[in-house]
Design a protein around this ligand. Structure first.
Ligand SMILES: Cc1cc2nc3c(=O)[nH]c(=O)nc-3n(C[C@H](O)[C@H](O)[C@H](O)COP(=O)(O)OP(=O)(O)OC[C@H]3O[C@@H](n4cnc5c(N)ncnc54)[C@H](O)[C@@H]3O)c2cc1C
Ligand code: FES
Length: 361
């Protein structure tokens, strides 16, 4: 069950000119709720210039080989949270941190002998660091190829750590791609990752991988995804983590608990029952177009959320009764949707009454 707790900032490290990593002090009483899987994220609740904002950040440490919970934040031009964290946050500050969440992982086992390809771009390296360190630690017979795109060498987050890891780990291969490299690199490793370049990179470095992970800027992710689809890689082998809503991305949603898609319009004045921390709250969804999340918050429920843009899954809940449709879904897996999970920030009731449970795991 997701929950905010006050955590003290233990360490802040400058990683590049526009990115820092931040580690938190987790007191013994909170060790269990802050256990995480490689590739998961936390959500921070910050007050910036008097405004309360929530932002999610992927954990870059490994739950298996490191005894730390650390995230890395790249400053976005004009970005409220990322600028605050890069410029103002100090060691010793206490901030509200939600317990870890997310689906961007695969189960690891010492018996596996797999090949993984990780495609990262810019700050999309954060979950990949956790994934690659964990996989190398647990799966001694598996191999990893990290294809990591950045503007240039100096703007590459964790470059030194990655280079050191590659030297120590024969099962790790790193392929940097730079828009404007400072040193001479091969042509394939120069310029932005177009769909064509993505295809060549995959063909060169692992068209037969067992699993692919993709996280980075929207266009890069779409290009890699379409290259994989073009190479007939089955969708269950592809894991994707979105940091932002992708403008023209496919709407995976239209989720109904019975698994059927539908076009019916959302019901205004539907009766909604929300279960959270075992407490039931009933209200009518009065405002046309309102999501179940917004209506629940208006009714006084402390419902969890972060992006409100269908990319994290902080607002995830399970539909126990009734039917809903979602505007978009870039976060839930197909299996979760089949089981009746929804993103409440995107969900609108299709039936007169709907029961959703935030406590369902
Ligand atoms: C599951 C998840 C995990 C994430 N993990 C990380 C992480 O590990 N490290 C990290 O740095 N970020 C991560 N993000 C993104 C992060 O949550 C914020 O969206 C980001 O820091 C920008 O927030 P902001 O408040 O600074 O910008 P805002 O004030 O929200 O936005 C300001 C402007 O910047 C634009 N913008 C917002 N985000 C980006 C972006 N990423 N690139 C370019 N322009 C942008 C907006 O469109 C807007 O115009 C993650 C997001 C999700 C959903
Ligand atoms: S709050 Fe991020 S998907 Fe709903």
């Amino acid at each position: 069950m997701s929950k905010f707790n006050s955590l003290k900032v233990k360490d802040i490290r400058r990683e590049t000119a526009d990115a820092v990593s931040v580690a938190f002090d987790i007191p013994p009483t909170l060790q269990i709720p802050y256990q995480y899987k490689q590739g998961q994220y936390i959500t921070l609740k910050l007050t910036v210039n008097g405004e309360e904002i929530r932002r999610s950040y992927s954990i870059c440490t490994s739950p298996h080989s490191e005894n730390e919970l650390r995230v890395a934040i790249k400053e976005v031009k004009g970005g409220r949270a990322s600028t605050f964290i890069n410029k103002t946050l100090k060691v010793g500050d206490v901030i509200e941190v939600m317990t870890p969440m997310g689906n961007f992982y695969t189960s690891l086992s010492g018996g596996h002998k797999k090949n993984y390809i990780l495609f990262a771009g810019g700050s999309g390296i954060t979950p990949m660091m956790s994934i690659l360190k964990s996989t190398l630690y647990i799966e001694k017979q598996s191999t990893i190829t990290l294809i990591y795109a950045n503007k240039n060498e100096d703007s590459t987050i964790f470059k030194k750590e990655i280079d050191e890891l590659e030297l120590k780990q024969p099962n790790l291969r790193v392929v940097y791609v730079f828009d404007a490299p400072q040193q001479k690199v091969q042509e394939l490793q120069t310029g932005i990752i177009t769909a064509e370049k993505a295809k060549k990179l995959i063909e060169n470095f692992g068209a037969t991988a067992d699993e692919y992970f993709i996280c980075g800027p929207g266009p890069m992710m779409e290009n890699v995804k379409s290259a994989l689809v073009g190479l007939k890689v089955p969708s269950e082998k592809i894991h994707i983590e979105y940091f932002n809503a992708v403008v023209e991305a496919v709407n995976k949603a239209e989720n109904l608990p019975d698994g059927k898609a539908g076009n019916s319009s959302a019901k205004v004045n539907a009766k909604i029952k929300v279960i959270q921390y075992g407490i039931e709250t009933e209200f009518n969804l009065k405002t046309e177009g309102s999501s179940i999340l917004d209506a629940a918050i208006d009714a006084g429920v402390d419902a969890p959320f972060s992006c409100k843009g269908a990319v994290c899954c902080t607002c995830r809940a399970k539909v126990l009764e009734g039917k809903v449709k979602m505007d978009a879904n870039f976060a839930l897996t197909e299996s979760e949707v089949e089981q009746g999970y929804i993103l409440t920030c995107q969900a609108h009731p299709l039936t007169e009454s709907v029961v959703v449970d935030y406590d369902a795991n």
